[in-house]
Design a binder for this molecule. Structure first.
Ligand SMILES: Cc1ncc(C[n+]2csc(CCOP(=O)(O)OP(=O)(O)O)c2C)c(N)n1
Length: 632
């Protein structure tokens, strides 16, 4: 099928400039071709289906009106950039989307000159755009800068900070708001309600120009009214101008416009392109547009694995629960026993496994929007007031709330539980989404207790431990299915700072963190068949470390290999190194296995683990090398 769909209009597009030669009918045909290609490729490779289907016409219109790469399109989050990729000379590689060494699922400047700014985390586009605008003006150049941001991403604090600044600077900037009423799940907050009012009140469905135009048409009266309108501008504005909020910030507001009507889109973008100062174009789109299963289940199809095109059913069968599911179930069970437990998510209720909690305990569930910083400080406030907040955030997104973790939670030693999902290598979403830095950024903060479970049953125990603990506690666990271990026993509370010795051997010690424990166990088994005795320690706590146990086995064997799915600088192995250093145990030979000091690309987790030496074979070879034996 690769290349098979390169037919029709798409074949004639060698550069986005070619779009300006197309008739409206041809543009519509092109939109159909682009949609078909996206549906087909995502059904095979997985990816962000619904956001991309919703933005096809808008992408076509943007490329028709603006001259990329001279004009800068900046895709907020960047998960909706598939149509942009297809129109910017990447059609032939599109079948490699999200695959190892293939096209990224997000904009990457290394991939194309049309990807002007790398994205993956939400709410950055307006700040980045404003930076480009300032550079442009300092250079005396005149290209257009166009951040495209969703209504979900607009709930992030950074977006507000940037709007506030841009309105003040009054420089030419065109912000396109792609409003589909959805974040991953339905969007939340006052801003979302405001957008709904803009969308639904027919009174609002007129642009300011349109109103002026209409008034001018009325002989005599029209001009007089316009003059009065100027005088009582502000009060009248509240009545007839829709985007008052943006206007107050200093933006000229255009819209709302139907985001699937190519002609209207092109017209309004042209107007916006010639306006002076910052403008905001409010575009209404439908998430999942053109593929019924995605339209009906936009949250499920926000990001999907491979699926069957005919019925939208997942092509992946699974019988082992994911870590996420086990977390969700456990926290819901615990909430039944302890009414002080509340759950907080930053727009990732489904992704973090909190759906059941939200239906069972709607008053104790808080979706704050894409606002990780606010989520953490809000949790601190609730903890201060006697509650037990569980803040469930992906490892990569918690990076954004580092100061809130440090200054608002840990400094006051507040009992907030951080459930850190998608830790380690996440696979096909790539460098913006791998959770490879959390040991480093959390273990340096005083008062923090940091755990990583070896399997999904231990996750339950750690969660219960964290819920009983009287200070900040973080449990970090990986994406995907657990190890399939039994989950029938009552999970025990784990003594804080106590590691688990899984096997004893006198030749070498593996000390592993989280999901790398199983690698160490299998490596020890392989070594045993060569009469080499390896001790295997499941660290369980990254902080505080079980110093006694680790030093004992380190001294016993004299050789230690640490294993972690995390970057080596500042990671778990570094913590062990510091421990040995503090206890004058520097004579213990130490090798640290993990991800080197680099950003890891996208690919399957197996491919990435193989590339970065996180395989049983690699562990065995490293042990043999340390023991002076010839490696395979
Ligand atoms: C800082 C951050 N937190 C969470 C996410 C996860 N995330 C990816 S897309 C998305 C929803 C974005 O909604 P919107 O901007 O409206 O775009 P849509 O998918 O609806 O087109 C979220 C929460 C993220 N990318 N970045």
């Amino acid at each position: 099928m690769e290349g098979e769909t390169v037919s029709g209009i798409m074949q004639t597009i060698t550069s986005p400039r070619d779009l300006s030669d197309l008739s409206l009918t041809e543009m519509k045909q092109l939109a159909r071709e682009v949609r078909r290609e996206i549906i087909y490729t995502v059904s095979k490779n997985g990816g962000h289906l619904a956001p991309n289907l919703g933005i096809v016409e808008l992408t076509l219109a943007l490329h028709r009106v603006f001259a990329s790469p001279r004009d800068k399109l900046i895709w907020d989050v960047g998960h909706q950039s598939y149509a942009h990729k297809l129109l910017t000379k990447r059609w032939d590689k599109f079948h490699t989307l999200r695959q190892f060494e293939g096209l990224s699922g997000f904009p990457r400047p290394q991939e194309s000159e049309h990807d002007t700014f790398g994205t993956g985390h939400a709410s950055t586009s307006i700040s980045a755009g404003l930076g480009m605008v300032l550079a442009r003006d300092l250079e005396g150049e005149d290209y257009r800068v166009i951040p495209i941001i969703g209504d979900g991403a607009m709930t992030g604090g950074m977006a507000f900070e940037a709007l506030n600044h841009a309105g003040h600077l009054k420089k030419n900037l065109i912000v396109v708001l792609n409003d589909n009423e959805m974040s991953i799940c339905p969007n939340v907050g006052g801003l979302a309600s405001y957008f709904t009012r803009l969308r639904t009140d027919p009174m609002y469905y007129r642009s300011k120009d349109e109103i002026e135009h209409l008034l001018r048409k009325i002989p005599n009266i029209g001009h007089a009214v316009l003059r009065i309108m100027e005088r009582i501008k502000d009060s009248l504005k509240y009545l007839v101008v829709p985007g008052m909020f943006f206007e107050e910030l200093g933006f000229l507001y255009f819209g709302p416009v139907d985001g699937h009507d190519l002609k209207c889109l092109v017209d309004i973008l042209k107007q916006a392109g010639s306006a002076k100062g910052p403008v905001l174009v409010h575009v209404i789109t439908r998430k999942g547009k053109g593929y019924r299963p995605a339209e009906e289940n936009a949250d499920k199809f926000h990001s999907t694995g491979p699926f069957n095109i005919l019925d939208g059913k997942s092509a992946i069968t699974k019988d082992v629960p994911t870590y996420t599911e086990v977390f969700g179930k456990t926290v819901t069970e615990e909430a039944a026993k302890n009414k002080k437990i509340v759950a907080i998510t930053a727009a990732m209720g489904r992704g973090t496994g909190l759906t059941e909690f939200s239906t069972r305990y709607p008053h104790r569930f808080f979706d704050v929007g894409i606002a990780e910083q606010h989520a953490v400080t809000m949790a601190a406030g609730m903890a201060r007031s006697g509650y037990k907040p569980v803040v469930a955030i992906y490892s990569t997104f918690l990076q954004r709330a580092y100061d809130q973790v440090l200054h608002d939670v840990c400094l006051q030693n507040l009992p907030v539980v951080f459930a850190i999902d998608r830790a380690g290598l996440v696979g096909d979403d790539g460098p913006t989404h791998h959770g490879l830095f959390d040991f480093a950024y959390l273990r340096t903060v005083p008062n923090m207790t940091l755990m990583a479970p070896k399997d999904e049953d231990e996750l339950r125990g750690m969660l219960i431990t964290a819920l009983r603990h009287q200070g900040p506690c973080a449990v970090r666990y990986p994406r995907g299915a657990g190890r399939g271990v039994p989950l029938d026993r009552e999970p025990p509370v784990i003594p804080v700072g106590r590691a688990e010795v899984l096997s004893e051997g006198r030749d070498i010690t593996f000390i592993a963190a989280g999901n790398c424990v199983s690698l160490a166990e299998r490596a020890a088994q392989t070594l045993a068949s060569a009469a080499i005795g390896a001790s295997v320690i499941n660290a369980r706590f990254i902080k505080p470390l079980d110093a006694e146990c680790i030093l004992h086995y380190g001294r016993l064997t004299g050789k230690v290999i640490t294993v972690e799915e995390h970057v080596l600088p500042g990671g778990f192995g570094s913590a062990i190194f510091e421990l040995f250093n503090e206890h004058n145990a520097g004579s213990i030979e130490l090798a640290r296995l993990g991800v080197p000091d680099c950003f890891v690309e996208h690919g399957s987790r197996e491919q990435l683990r193989a590339k970065y030496g996180l395989t049983v074979e690699h562990l065995v070879n490293r042990a043999l090398k340390m023991l002076g034996a010839p490696a395979d």
